[in-house]
Design a protein around this ligand. Structure first.
Ligand SMILES: [Zn+2]
Length: 290
């Protein structure tokens, strides 16, 4: 899932078993639906539900993006999940984007900021047991954000945001984000203040994204594949990386410390100050060190 950042952060294809013969004999019967696209390997059919009425040109562009994103995701890590053969992609005006087993909801289409690659990563690689949170959120959201950053439109500068959170003393301990007893509070917060809720969720997602990108850049995709969407992540991290989560966290934060933060102009442009004001209002216990 992905919440589009506001100003502040930015037919069923009839897979008939027809032979070439029947196609050439009866070309008129060929189903033609402009909103359908099949991946290069022929395995998955995506159907775009253009509920927002974007021009067909846009639909065509999204179809191309789907095919390309599919190949990138297939070339990334491998999981035991077998994706659905038919996935519908609903274009939405606003709200949250989702990547489920056979349905993707995409917000931000009109602004051209829809997180297609992020949601496709969820739908193609799987999420928990059956798109539930049995294995938490951290690696799945982090990796979907990594893929979006590499190949998508919604490129967020996670490390710069992290640097800002660090400077505002608003870091969330990784131990909490990977703890199945605490992660809902961060990834699906239920604060009564809507804006605070959104900011806390974004901050949590940004931590996951930045940490996962750091792990992949430092140790590679093969190691990451071993921890992706796994239970008992703290144990898994130590097993695979030979360091426990707080050691890895320390290394990562040292890396963030050396990153360039946003410039004053960037902060103004992306409404950083509004975000920071809200961030400072959130109950500080969310950010307390363990
Ligand atoms: Zn997501």
């Amino acid at each position: 899932m992905f919440k589009l950042r506001g100003s502040f952060l930015l037919s069923l294809l009839l897979l008939t078993a027809c032979t070439e013969e029947t196609i050439s004999k009866e070309p008129i019967q060929e189903e033609k639906d402009d909103n359908i696209v099949v991946t290069n390997d022929g395995k998955i059919t995506f159907e775009i539900k253009n509920k927002v009425g974007v021009p067909q040109e846009k639909v065509e562009a999204i179809k191309d993006e789907i095919v390309t994103a599919y190949d990138h995701i297939k070339d990334s890590i491998h999981t035991s999940y077998t994706p659905s053969e038919h996935i519908s992609v609903w274009l939405k005006e606003d709200g949250q984007s989702w990547g489920l087993a056979s349905k993707i909801e995409l917000a931000g289409v009109k602004e051209d900021l829809y997180p297609l690659v992020h949601e496709m990563t969820h739908s193609l690689l799987g999420y928990g047991n059956n798109f539930d949170t049995d294995n938490g959120y951290f690696t799945q959201e982090g990796f979907a954000s990594y893929m979006e950053y590499q190949y998508g439109k919604n490129k967020l500068y996670f490390d710069k945001y992290m640097k800002q959170y660090m400077e505002s003393d608003k870091l969330i301990p990784i131990s909490r984000l990977i703890d199945q007893n605490q992660d809902d509070v961060y990834f699906r917060p239920k604060l009564s203040n809507v804006k605070e809720n959104q900011v806390l969720m974004e901050v949590s997602y940004t931590h996951a994204a930045s940490f996962v990108i750091y792990l992949i850049d430092t140790y590679g995709l093969e190691k990451f594949e071993q921890i992706y969407d796994k239970k008992e992540l703290a144990k898994k991290l130590e097993e695979v990386y030979g360091k426990n989560s707080s050691e890895l966290e320390k290394d990562w934060l040292a890396f963030i410390q050396n990153q360039q933060g946003f410039t004053y102009e960037e902060k103004l442009k992306w409404g950083f100050y509004d975000m920071n004001t809200i961030l400072l209002q959130i109950d500080p216990t969310y950010f307390a060190k363990d």
